[in-house]
Design a protein around this ligand. Structure first.
Ligand code: MLT
Length: 200
């Protein structure tokens, strides 16, 4: 997968897996990683699917309607890619924290929904429930931060509360942060994510 890797300054710090929104690329979220923890390594990935020229992490049939077969294939592809990248760059595979926005948050959510060992934790900006038909793995103790919008037209508020419940039922420790700025990724929710991260 197209990506950027940046080696962190502190070996014990995590590697941030940065996952952009629809139409973005691997450069978009780099400033966020440096803001949350400048000592962390960064693996920032570009989605392999193109929708009218816009990169995404998996296909959709309509807005908010996912192609579930493609989602499963792309989730495995990303999972395998993280493993390959950890060998190539020498980072700790068990210390990866995803930071995703919108479509990128949705594939990060599906990594959590599919694999117990994909992520040490996740920061999800404006995610949806990636799959309502699956049984989640044991996520006991996995910390997850969700930033959601009370008036997000793409992710209705119940998507966020349903996601919180599903993750909690699998054992994850979820913090849900609300804003009222639609689907936007705001600086104030990034600050809230940073505050959450600093307590891990
Ligand atoms: C998705 O397709 O993942 C969601 O609708 C969010 C987005 O617009 O990318």
């Amino acid at each position: 997968m197209e990506h950027i890797f940046q080696q962190g300054s502190r070996p014990a710090s995590p590697t941030f897996l940065m996952l952009h929104g629809t139409g973005g690329n691997e450069r978009d979220l780099l400033p966020l990683a440096g803001h949350i923890d400048p000592s962390a390594s960064v693996l920032s990935v570009r989605g392999n699917v193109l929708e009218n020229g816009m990169p995404r992490f998996f296909k959709r049939l309509a807005e908010g309607v996912f192609d579930m077969e493609d989602l499963a294939i792309r989730t495995k592809e990303l999972y395998d890619f993280i493993g390959q990248a950890s060998e190539k760059y020498g980072f700790d595979r068990s210390n990866v924290i995803a930071v995703g926005y919108s479509n990128g948050a949705n594939i990060a959510g599906n990594l959590l929904f599919t694999y117990a060992d994909a992520l040490k934790g996740a920061i999800l900006h404006h995610p949806m429930v990636p799959n309502r038909e699956t049984e989640l793995p044991d996520l006991t103790g996995t910390p997850v931060f969700i930033a959601a919008g009370t008036n997000d037209p793409i992710c209705p508020a119940e998507e966020s509360t349903d996601l919180e419940k599903l993750l909690q039922n699998a054992g994850a420790k979820v913090e849900l942060h609300w804003e009222s700025n639609g689907h936007q990724l705001t600086m104030s929710e990034v600050e809230a994510a940073k505050a959450w991260y600093s307590k891990l």
